[in-house]
Design a protein. Structure first.
Ligand code: HEC
Length: 150
């Protein structure tokens, strides 16, 4: 083979390796790590409100669990730079990020009031959580996060 071709092909390979390397690196980052923590708390809350039995067991710990998620939601707001950097074709990304993370915090705070009330039963707690889940989805919609699997 002509030397020129060998060089061209070799360059092509190293370039695609570089691109693959970049997209792997892109999977991480502070926002990704934070969302994994958010997802764990979200899972725990969902499990706690899934049935009467689960709720009876978890009711005492729920307010603290929700408080932890409130903290994470505030941390998310602080990560706007990371979010905006990743957002492609999102209009006013900075502003939208602030609004969507505030809405998330606000829904969590309402949910906190609900589960701190010992009169709230499992069913009421479960339905009170749905605006919180919606606030996750609203943000994922704008920032184009695939939701299947959680
Ligand atoms: C203010 C916006 C916003 C809110 C609110 C939000 N998310 Fe996310 N979420 C994101 C963004 C942006 C990503 C992509 C992060 C990345 O991969 O860097 C993401 C990614 C994720 C991921 C994938 C993790 C990963 O990166 O592999 C999960 C799981 C997730 N979110 C769960 C949730 C749940 C559950 C809630 C609500 C309880 C929630 N998120 C609320 C913006 C948000």
């Amino acid at each position: 083979m002509n030397r020129k071709w060998i060089v061209a092909i070799a360059t092509m390979f190293s370039f695609s390796a570089l691109v693959a390397g970049l997209s792997v690196a892109d999977e991480g980052g502070p926002l990704h790590d934070l969302m994994e923590k958010v997802n764990v708390k979200n899972g725990a809350i969902k499990k706690a409100t899934r049935s009467k039995v689960n709720y009876a067991k978890a009711q005492k710990e729920l307010p603290a669990l929700v408080e932890e998620l409130v903290k994470l939601s505030k941390d998310a707001k602080e990560l706007s730079k990371d979010a905006v950097k990743k957002a492609k074709n999102v209009k006013d990304a900075e502003k939208q990020w602030a609004e969507l993370s505030d809405a998330f915090t606000k829904e969590l705070e309402k949910f906190h009031v609900k589960v701190s009330d010992t009169k709230t039963n499992a069913e009421q707690a479960k339905s009170a959580y749905s605006p919180v889940s919606q606030s996750c989805t609203k943000c994922h919609d704008v920032f184009r996060v695939e939701e299947d699997g959680f």
